[in-house]
Design a protein around this ligand. Structure first.
Ligand code: AR6
Length: 177
């Protein structure tokens, strides 16, 4: 069974096989953790995201949302020390049942990491920044979904939640202890 850990820090600096980006459904880059990951990875990452977006549109995805909320895509890691980056678009919080979409982000990211042969994965606190998802509710979904999905991912040995702020760090510590 995999270990699940939490640290407070910057996800671009952690030592894992693959990190998850809290992206947007256009894969267009942005602020927050998405901006930090793009800055650290370098311009090749934006090109890779645009290439995937174009492929998805060609295959029938909507123009504005080539990576719909809750889905996940994989790119290389470029200048980062990890081997890959999984981009998933979290839901914007409206208080109208977004937990299923947030759970899909964690589940689809784990399944994609498993399919891609990665043994360790780091998650940020998806949707808890500009997308406004309440941190305590998001932590409930994240921990529960990871625990429920890991039995389907025998190749994944380590899951790391990387919390940028102290509040999220405390919420995850409570849920994982
Ligand atoms: N490492 C780990 N976590 C971080 C880092 C970092 N370097 N920087 C910020 N966080 P957000 P969202 C935390 O806003 O709410 C972007 O513009 C942050 O404290 O990055 O899913 C995208 O392009 C917060 O807890 O993502 C989308 O348009 C968490 O990461 C939109 O924001 C998520 O905050 C996605 O919004």
């Amino acid at each position: 069974m995999a270990v699940i850990e939490v640290i407070q820090g910057d996800i671009t600096a952690v030592d894992v096989d693959v990190i998850v980006n809290a992206a947007n459904s256009a894969l267009a880059g942005g602020g927050g953790v998405d901006g930090a990951i793009h800055r650290a990875a370098g311009p090749g990452l934006h090109e890779a995201c645009m290439k995937i977006a174009a492929e998805k549109r060609k295959a029938g995805a909507s123009f504005s949302e080539p990576c719909p909320t809750g889905e996940a895509v994989l790119t290389g890691a470029f200048n980062l020390r990890c081997k890959g980056i999984i981009h998933t678009a979290g839901p914007v919080w409206h208080g109208r049942g977004e937990s299923g979409l947030l759970a899909s982000c964690y589940r689809n990211s784990l399944l994609l990491a498993e399919q891609s042969g990665f043994a360790s994965i780091a998650f940020p606190n998806i949707s808890t920044g500009v997308y406004g998802y309440p941190k305590d509710l998001a932590a409930d979904v994240a921990v529960k979904t990871v625990r429920e999905t890991l039995p389907d991912c025998p190749g994944i040995k380590r899951v790391l939640f990387v919390c940028f702020d102290r509040e999220n760090y405390g919420l995850y510590q409570t849920r994982l202890s």
